[in-house]
Design a protein around this ligand. Structure first.
Ligand SMILES: *Cc1c(COP(=O)(O)O)cnc(C)c1O
Length: 815
């Protein structure tokens, strides 16, 4: 893809800028520089251009007046920024040429950048895609979050088991960020609240915290496509009010002298895995409050500076809460307005609701956050009072409307009374927001029917759907330059600026054999590159001609990696039983991290590796089936894998995947999906056409009906399928775990007796769908026609479309 015409003077200028960064910022000379020095120098030179773009922006004055969008997210799964920034600046070829003059290879430099893994998976990646999209659409936005010292753990696989290492992404510094020590706010915890009578006789509350600390801002510029605009990702780090207590130090108490510093800094130390132990609970609540309080103080200060009053806040500010993690914002915004800025309670409530909006990401009841009342009272006493008051008014209001149904009032209360008293953060976010959205049509419908059924009855207008999207800049232009080049050549440059509408122009080419051939060639090169990477990292040879069947995502029972592995074993047995059949050569590629305390997920990783070892070493298989588990799945690995996938596995138990976004990345890049009617798969099948995907299995309502009847179908499905029962017998017998034959006994028993995720119930349908995959693969014209149509029809899943919907329907902001 060469969208840039190179001007020799510009190449020379960028080359000189890199040299000057190398000398005066890194402190070395070209002759002595190691590769990492070059990376830093290039990153800093690129950052200069980001800042320049920002300062020179012709629309800066207008931006000042625009509505400001604040995106609050505990996670940002950013990945690397060098290519993302250069590509959006339109400087990729220029940088490559400038470095070539210095005898440095940009592609090598690229891989030295650590992945900023400040998120777990889809939710954090969505936040990163949204930031890029908001900049590309010219929205004025700030993303707020935490600058974790250690991102999501680095996964290694030792003897087939997952091991977790700390992710030290800041070890060599971070060339992208600006530390802003002057942007600092006080954050308080604990203590007590007293009541006083204010000037006009009104009651006011004063919080006397037991503990205070500070937040420090770090800004990372995020540039939009073709420099549309630059916004900041502002991440907070914890600091002590006083770094060192000199008196204690001088008295010989060296540890005590820094205790406060250690305690304060621990707040931004680590990103918690999505589902972790209660031990981390209190620190997690502290983290949530810490970043919410810092962000709200920051944005209120900015608003007051510009407008002088907070009474028009919703006219100029929209705050989006990414999941329930920042839900404490409802109480904190109320506290700041009422206690600090003296806005009357009722007015404050109106401002809060009009300003906040909430995105729900999960229906799993165990994932909807609740906090013990006792913990809240101890850590955030004033907030607990505010929550009680909001709740009382909420319930009074319902009673006044004649609602006395005890069960209804219990369901919509902010306080859960059943398992010890707990604050329901989901209900708090719902009540304190003017808009609540789900992330796919199915998920939103289920939200209305399940978790928020009662709330929805009370506020029928509040819930809406905003189906997730992905940024095509990263997930097509940057990760698949070969395909992007072909598309530009075929459809013209304009495609890059309007893929939502222009990708469709590809449809007529789906039937052209010549185009199919070129499409297939591009993908073949991507597969060769991935094969080389697998060879290098795992020492396993995979054939680029084989069908690459890929499932990469967090390891979770509901995502059903286990179903994929059962198919893998069934295929293995079928090949062994009938070696003379002309099987379609297939490579099963898996990857993903398991939460460190999620034993079942870790066992599934071990099973994948046990199967891989057995299958790959079996001479009767003759390479017809290969299995690889790629360690440490992250954004960069995703960028290498996705353009090389033929089949995308999106096989969650229907009703449990809120949207999924990797499903979109794969289809955009021309992979065919095998999947259930779950999350955004449903909308993908409507737009792509069901005949160009392999849809199978129980639907969400069928799953629901079975659950209602207590019928998980394990034993029944096993009795009905000799194939499935042979697979389970083999796994149980220890064929894959000769060193510990009993390893998978419990896992198999689980499938028979409480197959909660309906793996067995869906097995035969899945096997059949996989059979159809092979049949299509044997008809290359049909396969490539479907593949091209997948790419052509994915335009709607651009994050730009999603963000435009948020802007228009939730934020009241014009891109
Ligand atoms: C897109 C992405 C995800 C989300 O994947 P799903 O299959 O939608 O759960 C997770 N991790 C990374 C690194 C991603 O790029």
């Amino acid at each position: 893809m060469s969208e840039e015409a190179l001007v020799p003077e510009e190449v020379a200028a960028f080359r000189d800028l890199i040299i000057s960064k190398l000398k005066y910022s890194v402190g070395t000379e070209p002759d002595h520089a190691v590769e990492h020095d070059w990376f830093e120098a290039v990153a800093m030179a690129t950052r200069d251009h980001l800042v320049k773009t920002w300062l020179d922006h012709p629309e800066r004055a207008r931006r000042h007046e625009s509505k400001r969008i604040y995106y609050l997210s505990l996670e940002y799964l950013i990945g690397r920024l060098l290519f993302a920034s250069l590509s959006n600046l339109g400087m990729l070829d220029l940088a490559r040429a400038a470095l070539a003059e210095l005898d440095v290879d940009l592609e090598r430099i690229r891989t030295l950048e650590p992945d900023a893994a400040l998120g777990n998976g889809g939710l954090g990646r969505l936040a990163a895609c949204f930031m890029e999209s908001m900049s590309s659409l010219g929205l004025v936005a700030i993303g707020y979050g935490i600058r974790y010292d250690y991102g999501l753990f680095r996964q290694t696989v030792v003897d087939g088991w997952q091991q977790e290492q700390t992710e030290t992404w800041l070890e060599f510094g971070n060339p992208w960020e600006f530390e802003r020590p002057e942007v600092s706010y006080q954050i308080s915890f604990g203590g007590s609240v007293s009541c006083a009578t204010g000037e006009q006789g009104a009651q006011c509350h004063v919080w006397h915290p037991a503990e205070t600390m500070r937040s420090i801002a770090y800004d990372t510029p995020v540039v939009g496509w073709r420099r549309a605009s630059v916004n900041a990702l502002r991440l907070w780090r914890g600091r002590a009010e006083t770094d060192l207590h000199l008196d204690r130090f001088n008295a010989g108490d060296y540890l005590g002298a820094v205790a406060e510093e250690v305690r304060a800094e621990s707040i931004s130390r680590v990103l918690y895995p999505a589902a972790d132990t209660p031990a981390g609970q209190e620190l997690r609540l502290r983290q949530e409050y810490f970043f919410v309080s810092a962000s709200l103080q920051d944005l209120l200060r900015r608003h007051l500076q510009q407008y002088g009053t907070l009474l028009d806040l919703p006219g100029h500010v929209a705050i989006q809460l990414n999941d329930t993690h920042p839900a404490i914002a409802v109480a904190e915004l109320m506290r700041l307005l009422v206690d600090i800025y003296g806005v009357p309670w009722d007015k404050s409530w109106a401002l809060t609701v009009a300003t906040l909006a909430y995105t729900n990401h999960t229906l799993l009841p165990e994932a909807l956050e609740t906090w013990p009342v006792a913990l809240m009272e101890r850590l955030l006493p004033r907030h607990m009072q505010i929550i009680y008051l909001i709740n009382a008014q909420h319930i009074d209001h319902l009673r006044a409307q004649g609602m006395h149904d005890f069960d209804l009032l219990r369901a919509v209360s902010l306080i859960e009374e059943d398992n010890g008293r707990r604050v329901r953060m989901g209900n708090l976010a719902f009540l304190g927001s003017h808009s609540v959205n789900g992330v796919s049509a199915l998920h939103t419908e289920l939200m209305r029917k399940t978790v928020f059924a009662q709330m929805h009855r009370l506020y029928p207008e509040r819930i809406s759907n905003k189906t997730n999207g992905i940024t095509f800049r990263r997930w097509l232009y940057q990760c698949n330059r070969g395909l992007t080049g072909l598309l530009v050549e075929t459809l013209g440059e304009g495609l890059l600026d309007d893929p939502e509408n222009r990708l469709r122009d590809l449809e007529p080419f789906a039937d052209q054999l010549l185009f199919q051939k070129r499409f297939a060639e591009v993908r073949q090169r991507n597969k060769q590159a991935l094969a080389a990477q697998v060879q290098e990292s795992l020492g396993v040879a995979i054939a680029p001609d084989a069908l690459f069947d890929v499932q990469v995502k967090r390891i979770h029972e509901y995502k059903r990696q286990l179903l994929n592995l059962l198919h893998c074993v069934a295929l293995y047995q079928a090949i062994r039983d009938e070696p003379e059949v002309d099987w379609v050569p297939r490579v099963k590629i898996l990857g993903g991290k398991a939460a460190s305390n999620y034993q079942q997920a870790k066992l599934i990783i071990k099973l994948a590796n046990d199967i891989a070892r057995t299958v790959n070493a079996d001479p009767t298989v003759r390479g017809l089936l290969k299995v690889v588990f790629l360690p440490n799945y992250n954004v960069s690995l995703a960028e290498a894998i996705i353009p090389a996938a033929d089949i995308s596995e999106q096989i969650s138990t229907a009703g449990l995947e809120a949207s999924g976004t990797s499903n979109m990345k794969f289809a955009l890049n021309g992979a065919l999906t095998i999947g259930t009617l779950d999350g955004a798969n449903v909308e993908m099948s409507e737009r792509i056409g069901r005949e160009h995907m392999f849809i199978f299995g129980l639907t969400a309502s069928q799953v629901e009906a079975r659950k209602r009847n207590g019928d998980y179908g394990g034993a029944g499905a096993i009795a009905a399928s000799s194939r499935l029962s042979e697979v389970l017998t083999a796994i149980r017998s220890g064929i894959f775990s000769p060193d510990d034959p009993g390893r998978y006994g419990g896992l198999v028993d689980g499938l028979i007796h409480h197959d909660h995720f309906m793996v067995c119930a869906d097995f035969e349908a899945y096997w059949q769908a996989q059979f159809e995959v092979e049949a299509r693969w044997r008809e290359p014209e049909q396969w490539w026609r479907s593949a091209v149509l997948n790419s052509a029809r994915m335009g709607w899943f651009s994050a730009d479309r999603t963000i435009r919907e948020y802007a228009r329907e939730i934020w009241g902001a014009l891109p």
